[in-house]
Design a protein around this ligand. Sequence first.
Ligand code: IPM
Ligand code: MG
Length: 355
Amino acid sequence: MKEIKIAVLSGDGIGPEIVAQAVKAVDAVAVKFGYQVTYTHALVGATAIDAVGDPYPEETHEVCMAADAVLFGAIGDPRFDNMPNAKVRPEQGLLAMRKKLGLYANLRPVNTFETLLHRSPLRYDLVEGADFLCVRELTGGLYFGRPQGRSEDGNTAYDTCVYTRTEIERICRLGFEYATKRRKKLTVVDKANVLATSRLWRETVQAMAPSYPDVEVEYMFVDNAAMKIIQQPRHFDVVVTENMFGDILTDEASVITGSLGLLPSASIGTGTSLFEPIHGSYPQAAGKNIANPIATILSAAMMFEYAFSDMEAGAAIRRAVDLSIAQNVVTEDIAPAGVTPRSTTEVGDFIAANI
Ligand code: IPM
Ligand code: MG
C-alpha cells in the first residue's frame, strides 16, 4: 500500500464540482493500484476571502507544504472583476500560492483527441496530430515584478517585467529536458526585438544550447508564435516562454483541442507540485452540474505521472477519459449535435467506473 497525502483546494465557481470528479478518479486509481490516499481540504480564492479575509491563508499553505501533491480547482469571482480598487483579490491567492510553493514551471500539454477534432474551430487537417508541450515560467515577469502600482495623482500606472539569469536558466533547463525526451525541438518564445528581459532569455538559452547538442533550438517572437500556433500547430514540440506570454498562448492553444475544458496542467518547482485545469472558475456555470471535469481529471493523471512517477495510473485515467469521449459521455461543451449532454457528475462517475 502506497500512502499519499493530497491537499485539495477546490476554490471558486465550478472548482468544487470539477475537483470532486477528479477525487473520484483518484479514488478509483487508489483501489486499482494500491494507494492509500489522505485528502486534506483547504480554502483558497474568493471562498477564502469570504471565510477568513485572505485568498491564500497561512493554514492553506501549511496544508500544501505537508502534502505530496496539491489538486487545485479554479479561482476567480466576478464580484471582484469590476472592483479595480479591491484590497484583496482572489487571483492574489493563486499568485501567492505559486510563489510560496516555488512553482516556477507550469507544464501545459496540448494534444488532440481524434474524436473531437470536429469540435475545433480550426480545420481538421491543420490540428490533426498536433502535440506539443508549453513550458510556462510561473513565478517571474510582469506578474511579480516590482514596482507595480500607481503614481500619486492616480493617472499613471506601471508594472515591471523582471527576470534574472537564474530564473531563466531553471525554466529553460526544463524546456531542454522535455525536448530531449520528446521530438528534440525547443521553441523559445519571446519579444527580443523590443524587451530587455527577452534579450536576456535569448542570451541565456544560447549559452545553454551547446549542453543539449541533440535539441534543435528555435527562437520565435511572441506575435509570430501566436499566429503559428493556429496556422501550423504541428510545427511545435516544446515551447518555453515567460509568464505572461505563456498565459496568453496556452489559452489560445486550447482551441486546438476543441475545448478549454480539456486541458490539464502541472505546476512544478522547489516544493510540493500542484495540478490544475488551465481554465478558470466559469462562474456562470457554478452549481449547475454542467462544467466539463475532464481537464481536472487529466490533471489528476498528470499528478500520478509527475508527482508519483506512476505512468500506469496516469494511463488508466487517460484511457477512461478517452472512452468517455469516444462513447459521447460528455458535457455540453463537447457533446456533438444530437447527443444529449451529460452532467459533470455523470461524466465523473463514468470515468471513475472505467478506471
Ligand atoms: C492561469 C490564469 C491565471 C494566470 C489568473 C487567474 C491569475 O489565467 O492560470 O492561466 O494568469 O496565471
Ligand atoms: Mg490563464
